[in-house]
Design a protein around this ligand. Structure first.
Ligand SMILES: Cc1cc2nc3c(=O)[nH]c(=O)nc-3n(C[C@H](O)[C@H](O)[C@H](O)COP(=O)(O)OP(=O)(O)OC[C@H]3O[C@@H](n4cnc5c(N)ncnc54)[C@H](O)[C@@H]3O)c2cc1C
Length: 328
């Protein structure tokens, strides 16, 4: 009996979501009186085992197979299903990231079990469990009950913190187990064959600084001032749907309900009005700076700081000042 956590990673880089999943699993496992096990899929994830232990995985399983050399939802789901069976897992849990929800949906289908996505509260009972999940980009909380021999759930992105077992970062003893699933070509339905234009390192969802641009940027070329500032602050450029709809930026840069949910230390929203669908993706930022010509814009009202001015003047001025101070 266990809570089994799928530990999301990309080619050996642990996702923030994996730490959040372990944080969410710890109190749940405690309530159930069972241990937390984590599964890392693929040999390249093996070096992440100690971090998984530090964040609460009492046992870390590294699943290896030649079909697990890169991400594939069917292969990851089948691996998790077989391990869940072997452990007789009570719960299989991940975070409701794109990959988390995708793998869990495949897992549920393969197991013939229901799946509850994007939960913000899970109350285990002897009978059906009582769960609250986040719907419609955060504007609706839905109370559901889940009756299934194995609960397959994802935790809403950023609903759980990501703190280690020991806040002083003392390492936890690692218990590592190898797991070799039985897989065949039938799980190689969707596999990554190559990547285009993806930078390794921080992503939009993990970047400590995000500079977002909206319709106010005016054109694709107009984003050069955002790129410049992002480069100086080692951040990433994000955008609103108006920018993607206009073809100024790829969808992978979009922040919001139908884009990426971000949680940087600082989010600079330039020329973005702050529509609810954008806000739900940005609201987890620790500090928000709005740059907008309209003092009544929603983003201005919600931001910690606001600059009422033309972004094409403000952003280059910030970059200039950063360079001046660095050179001084
Ligand atoms: C189902 C659904 C899902 C959606 N999902 C998303 C989503 O994931 N993400 C998202 O962003 N949107 C999403 N939207 C769209 C959303 O409703 C808004 O239309 C969109 O966010 C508006 O983008 P914007 O703020 O860039 O544009 P606008 O609302 O047009 O705002 C532009 C802002 O720029 C300011 N401005 C103009 N010129 C300047 C200047 N020179 N300097 C400074 N400020 C300037 C203006 O004052 C204004 O506040 C969704 C909509 C629907 C219906």
């Amino acid at each position: 009996m266990t809570v089994l956590v799928l530990l999301e990673h990309d080619r050996g880089e642990l996702a923030e979501a994996a730490r959040q999943a372990l944080n969410a699993a710890r109190p749940l496992a405690e309530e159930l009186g069972v241990p937390v096990h984590g599964v890392l899929v693929g040999e390249d994830a093996a070096p992440l085992a100690q971090t998984a232990a530090d964040f609460g995985a009492e046992v870390v399983h590294v699943a290896t197979h030649e079909l697990l050399s890169d991400y594939g939802p069917d292969a990851w789901a089948e691996t998790t299903r077989q391990l869940g069976d072997a452990l007789d897992a009570d719960v299989v849990l991940s975070v409701g990231s794109d990959r988390g929800n995708e793998v869990m949906a495949h897992l549920a289908a393969r197991s013939g079990l229901p799946f509850v996505a994007n939960c913000s509260r899970i109350a285990p009972n002897l009978g059906p469990w009582s769960i609250t999940r986040i719907q419609w980009g955060g504007s609706l909380l839905e109370d559901v009950t889940l009756a299934a021999p194995r609960k397959i759930v994802t935790i809403a992105h950023h609903a759980a913190a990501a703190t280690p077992v020991h806040p002083d970062c003392r390492a936890v003893d690692l218990r590592l187990e190898r797991f070799e699933p039985e897989l065949d070509e039938s799980v190689a339905v969707t596999m990554i064959r190559g990547r285009d234009g993806q930078r390794r390192g921080s992503t939009l969802s993990t970047a400590p600084v995000v500079i977002g641009g909206g319709r106010g940027v005016g054109s694709a070329d107009g984003f050069s001032v955002l790129e410049e500032l992002a480069e100086l602050l080692q951040g990433r450029v994000g955008c609103s749907r108006a920018a993607t709809n206009n073809g100024w930026r790829p969808h992978s840069d979009q922040v919001g309900q139908t884009g990426t949910r971000i949680s940087p230390d600082v989010y600079i929203a330039a020329g973005i009005s702050g529509a609810i669908q954008h806000w739900v993706g940005a609201m987890a930022a620790k500090k928000i700076v709005a740059i907008n010509t309209d003092p009544d814009a929603n983003m201005v009202a919600k931001a910690d700081y606001a600059v009422i001015a033309d972004l094409h003047e403000v952003l280059p001025a910030i970059s200039e000042e950063i360079r001046r101070r660095r050179d001084a």
